[in-house]
Ligand binder design. Structure first.
Ligand SMILES: Nc1ncnc2c1ncn2[C@@H]1O[C@H](COP(=O)(O)OS(=O)(=O)O)[C@@H](OP(=O)(O)O)[C@H]1O
Length: 432
């Protein structure tokens, strides 16, 4: 009811506002009709850009529609062996052939094309470089050496003389300069004399690949475009924000610091400006009044969903250390930064509450736990579908791709891997 009710509301509202209907068409998307939901999506999960919130939307959509999400082999942890460039070898064979891919990876167009269906729609998200760098600096302060060697962990000190602390070739250096560019597969260390021209070329190249580049400052507006691009219902894009820091863990930035961050991350800054302008062109083309109304509808529907899920308000936001239910505890990068999550009593029935439905729990579940659950359920499904094949599997990741996916018997051996140490969030997690 919620699903159909929401859709009906939206359709009526769109009609009253004269909003153009979804931009997706059978020709562009290869589906049977303009209203068929598009199900092949590659979301490039960039760092510290609200990407976990988008990922959660996509994972829930995949589960509701019985789709297959490509997930990493266990040696890659919950990321596709980031920061190595993505390879189809990093995909767990029980999650093949995929409809959706969304876990962190370093973009490789060629490898994703080998893996994903031909009609895959590519999307990603960017964030204003000042806020993003401040978030990266705090989050990775204890793990990224470029940040770790700064006296007193001061962002201002780093920005005074970044070259005193930054080593381009060092492990985890991608968190310290042009992280967006790196995630997109680009060159984070272009010399200053070439950076601008390179950034413009790179932005144009990315625009040819990604049908939508969301902007985290305009998250809901970006969702309006996403929903239309994919011909999804409003209820398919409802969310609660994940992976946030407490106010105490954030520092405010002076305009001088923002200017220094932009200069240090020159390629990222060009990308952001380019795609922010592009987002607003698309929103204006849709009609700003229509967008605003749809954003309101989205927020109202989200409030309704939260009420129906949790019997009123969202569960309380708490820092990870105080969340009792370990399924809901977000990863905590260090004692210096507090990431918040939503807390629910471990056993609600004992306390006289009705436990929330599975989909409601998933809406507030951090990516590491969600990825693990999904791998489990996709593996069960795979074993049911291919009982013979799965009994032949060892535990090595395979590189079979869409072109010959059915012809190869996948084998799964753990690859002894430097990747374990390099996939920051996961490897740190293991060492906790
Ligand atoms: N809906 C929405 N809109 C805007 N911003 C949001 C939203 N959801 C999450 N966030 C903020 O995104 C930051 C976390 O980003 P990621 O999930 O991409 O981080 S990660 O790389 O996966 O660790 C993190 O930013 P900081 O709090 O500044 O660190 C979140 O607060």
């Amino acid at each position: 009811l919620l699903h159909h009710g929401g859709h009906l509301n939206l359709t009526l509202e769109s009609f009253w506002l004269g909003c153009p209907s979804s931009t997706a068409s059978s020709t562009t998307l290869g589906r049977s009709g303009p209203s068929a939901k598009h199900t092949s999506v590659a979301f490039l999960k960039t760092h510290k850009t609200a990407s976990s919130t988008v990922q959660n939307i996509l994972l829930r959509f995949a589960e509701r529609n019985n789709l297959t999400v490509a997930l990493p082999i266990t040696t890659c942890d919950h990321q596709f062996c980031y920061p190595r460039p993505f390879s189809a070898h990093f995909v767990h064979p029980h999650t093949m052939p995929p409809d959706i891919i969304t876990n962190h990876l370093r973009f490789s167009r060629t490898e994703l094309r080998r893996l994903m269906p031909n009609n895959t729609i590519y999307i990603t998200i960017l964030r204003e470089p000042g806020a993003m760098f401040e978030s990266l600096f705090t989050y990775f302060n204890h793990h990224c050496l470029s940040f770790k060697r700064v006296p007193n962990g001061s962002l201002e000190t780093f920005l005074e003389h970044p070259w005193s602390y930054y080593r381009p070739e060092e492990k985890d250096s991608m968190y310290a300069r042009n992280t967006l560019t790196f995630d997109l597969g680009g060159d984070k260390d272009r010399p200053a004399s070439e950076a601008l021209a390179y950034a413009k070329r790179f932005a144009a190249e990315m625009e040819r690949v990604f049908s939508l580049v969301m902007i985290s400052e305009y998250f809901d507006e970006s969702l309006v475009l996403l929903r239309r691009l994919l011909s999804w219902d409003l209820n398919d894009v409802l969310y609660v924000s994940l992976n946030m820091r407490t106010a105490d863990s954030k520092s405010s930035l002076s305009s001088k610091s923002i200017a220094k961050i932009r200069a240090w991350n020159a390629v990222d800054s060009v990308l952001y400006d380019y795609f922010n302008a592009s987002l607003w062109r698309q929103l204006r083309a849709l009609g700003l009044a229509c967008v605003e109304r749809e954003v309101q509808l989205l927020r109202q529907s989200r409030d309704r969903l939260v009420r129906s899920c949790f019997g009123g308000h969202l569960p309380p936001l708490r820092s990870a250390a105080h969340i009792t239910n370990n399924q809901l505890r977000p990863w905590q990068p260090s004692s210096k930064v507090e990431i918040v999550g939503y807390d629910l009593p471990v056993n609600m029935t004992q306390k006289g509450h009705v436990p929330p439905r599975d989909e409601c729990l998933k809406m507030i579940m951090p990516e590491v736990q969600y990825t693990r659950l999904l791998l489990h359920s996709e593996s069960l499904r795979y074993r049911k579908r291919f009982p013979l094949r799965s009994s032949q599997l060892t535990s090595r990741g395979v590189g079979h791709t869409r072109a010959h996916k059915e012809s190869l018997a996948p084998s799964l051996n753990p690859q002894p891997s430097e990747t374990m140490a390099r996939s920051t969030k996961g490897s740190l997690r293991l060492s906790q």
